[in-house]
Design a protein around this ligand. Structure first.
Ligand code: NAI
Length: 261
């Protein structure tokens, strides 16, 4: 636990499932105030609010689509109205779908870019604008992916969006370092969340993914949340503009393991 996070206010987008949910709950354990942005199940969010309160944190669920300027600005307003601050912005909402690139429709391309890239841009812009106005040395954490660097056939739009998120992070880190605002990417490897449910329900496919991970197992959302808490905390005070890969070593050429190659 990071003592300095207690009482800080965070927004987590797409927080009603998977990695976003784990980050929101971890922030609750840190006794933070959390705006739980969701697009789906409100009941699930109410349970999360209760869980966060049981840890000594505070939380409010706010419905909103990260591709809408108005909705994203409402998230920041909700942080201000409920908790009087915004210290940590986590742009987590993301989608993917598998399509061979020669068949990738413009509609699918736009949808994935809209959520993953434009949503991240809007979240960064609104949060940083607020932090500057209120002179907060805030932290922005963008949930990228190993696919900001590993090419991913059949997921062209997804890989392009995450490559874009990397440059959003690096550019903003440079632009706002003089204000003391830190902007970092968190790049998960293969994590057991609903986005992968179909893939991992097939034991052969799951084994195939595991073979790409030097540590040998699919990560848990809580392991990504732990990295997010560190990036949010002052323990990472000298870190900005990086991608922290939490990927079991996936980005380190696992096929060379054991001296192959
Ligand atoms: P997930 O499907 O459980 O979570 C995605 C969340 O985003 C959902 O709660 C969904 O409702 C929300 N969302 C989608 N479109 C939205 C919109 N327009 N506005 C607001 N919320 C929206 O999947 P997961 O795995 O938790 O994904 C979270 C992030 O982690 C994504 O950005 C994903 O690309 C990234 N990631 C996940 C990996 C994995 O293996 N699970 C690996 C690398 C990155």
């Amino acid at each position: 636990m990071y003592k300095d996070l207690e009482g800080n206010t965070a927004i987590v987008t797409g927080a009603s499932s998977g990695i976003g949910r784990a980050i929101a709950l971890r922030f609750g354990q840190e006794k933070m105030n959390v705006i739980i942005n969701y697009l789906g199940n409100e009941q699930e969010v109410q349970q999360m609010v209760s869980e966060i309160e049981s840890y000594g944190g505070k939380a409010v669920g706010v419905y909103g689509d990260v591709t809408s300027e108005e909705d994203v600005s409402k998230l920041v307003a909700a942080a201000h109205d409920h908790f009087g601050s915004l210290d940590v912005m986590v742009n987590n909402a993301g989608i993917e779908n598998e399509v061979p690139s020669e068949n990738l429709s413009l509609k699918d391309w736009r949808k994935v870019l809209d959520v993953n890239l434009t949503g991240t841009f809007l979240g960064c812009r609104e949060a940083i604008d607020y932090m500057i106005e209120h002179q907060i040395k805030g932290r922005v954490i963008n949930i990228s992916s190993v696919h900001e660097t590993i090419p991913w056939p059949h997921f062209l739009h997804y890989a392009a969006s995450k490559g874009g998120v990397k440059m959003i992070t690096e550019t903003l880190a440079l632009e706002f370092a003089p204000k003391g605002i830190r902007v970092n990417n968190l790049g998960p490897g293969a994590i057991d969340t609903p986005i992968n449910a179909a893939k991992f329900s097939d034991p052969e496919a799951k084994k195939g993914v595991e073979s790409l991970i030097p540590l040998g197992y699919i990560g848990r959302p809580e392991e990504i949340a732990a990295a997010a808490a560190w990036l949010a905390s002052s323990e990472s005070s000298y870190v900005t503009g990086i991608t922290l890969f939490a990927d079991g070593g996936m980005t380190k050429y696992p096929s060379f393991q054991g001296g192959h190659g």
